[in-house]
Design a protein around this ligand. Structure first.
Ligand SMILES: [Zn+2]
Length: 205
């Protein structure tokens, strides 16, 4: 996450597996203990607290484009309309047999889809996570991610209930099959899917 400060500096934080930003009214109660706060930003009637964030750095705005963490990022899934041609062009530079579940987390192909929304997008499109990326309906998946994530941002006070994310062993809301999960990929993120709704056989039939 990049926060542009009026001084011309940019605050870069990376949550990895542990970190989270919370925003509170000034003087409001924090939902995590103070000793876990790595950084506190006060702005008017709001306070933003970075809890357990492992990567925090200040960079100059002029250096932002050449920073290794953001150089060459793919189109942002939350900036509409998403440049799907560019996403496809970038996906074509990856191995065609790479599972689509891995491609969706590749920030240099498409930027901003985290672990929750890759799972929910693949469920929304009935896509088997292990589908080779070259055979997957990439446009549909990106559009689903944009739709679901935008709705989630708009409704942050009342988050949408998840269909598969975090529901290991619970019945699928469509077909009652128990949701599966598995830790996969270089980032060792846990993947969630319905083996019935998201089987490649059902997608092609
Ligand atoms: Zn299902």
């Amino acid at each position: 996450m990049f926060i542009r400060l009026s001084s011309g500096l940019v605050l870069r934080t990376h949550m990895k597996m542990t970190g989270a930003w919370h925003v509170y009214p000034a003087g409001g109660r924090w939902r995590k203990p103070e000793f876990q706060a790595r950084l506190v930003l006060e702005a008017g009637d709001r306070v933003a607290v970075a809890f357990n964030v492992p990567v925090i750095e200040l960079i100059h705005q002029r250096d932002e484009d050449v920073h290794p963490a953001i150089r060459n990022l793919g189109p942002d899934v939350l900036v509409q309309p998403v440049d799907l041609d560019e996403v496809r062009r970038r996906a074509a530079s990856r191995p065609p047999d790479l599972p689509v579940c891995e491609l969706l987390l590749d920030q240099q192909v498409v930027c901003g889809i985290g672990n929750i929304w890759r799972a929910e997008s693949m469920f929304a499109c009935s896509v088997d996570p292990m589908t080779p990326q070259a055979e997957a309906p990439l446009d549909d998946l990106i559009n689903a991610a944009t739709r679901l994530m935008s709705a989630s941002v708009a409704a942050r006070a009342a988050p949408a209930p998840m269909n598969v994310y975090g529901r290991t062993g619970k019945p699928c809301k469509r077909c009652r099959t128990p949701i599966k999960s598995l830790v996969t990929g270089d980032n060792a993120r846990r993947l969630y899917w319905c083996p019935t709704c998201q089987s490649r056989d059902s997608a092609t039939s």
